[in-house]
Ligand binder design. Sequence first.
Ligand code: PGA
Length: 253
Amino acid sequence: MRKQIVAGNWKMNNNYDEGLKLVSEVVNMAKDELGPDVYLVLAAPFIHQKAISQLLSTGENIYLGAQNCHEKENGAYTGEVSVAMLSSVGTEYVIIGHSERREYFQETNEQLAKKVDLVLSGKLTPIFCCGEPLEVREHGDPYKHVENQIEESLFHLSAEDIKKTVIAYEPIWAIGTGKTATSDQAQYMHAAIRNCLSKKYGQEVAGEISILYGGSCKPSNAKELFSCEDVDGGLIGGASLNARDFIDIAKSF
Ligand code: PGA
């Protein structure tokens, strides 16, 4: 059975106190309202990591995530944060290759492959993001575009490692725009991703990998998106900044 995951990507939002308040609200609501089958991930800024880790207790199904890491183990990389540092404060998931990182920080598929390797070797779980820009959706081949991202950043992994990886499909034209992919568009792409994984690793392995949808996912559309056969949850940006909305999305399976 694939894990159902709802991950909140706070991006560069919430100061320290606001962040901890949001976590307390999420934890309290989750306790009362969520069953054991949904995994929540809170991908907070680096500065919040240790304090959040202390607020989360094991057995709650709420995990701490980061939004990025560096692709080298350590060294003279001013301003960067390593996987070992994250691991030392209790981070368990790391978002890799978000489209904002690819666009504003010129992260390449090759560089992302290295980050995925380090995250896995540190025994953390990568949430690998892929997705096409509007130009490719309208005039190109979005399936080829996404398959290429997956092949170049993930296909060097062993079957055992790819099973530990979470994939998030985030059409760039739907991120922060209020424009969501229809459930048909999401399902077609998720099925194409699973098919591409299946050709390389076999159906059984592909069937175990959680594929999340991201891009203007909110309480009003989560149910329809999560009801798609190959959509195993969501990577939530804006709506993860509000505990009520985030929990309502998590209740949409
Ligand atoms: P959004 O962002 O939900 O605000 O569209 C999603 C993401 O960028 O992960």
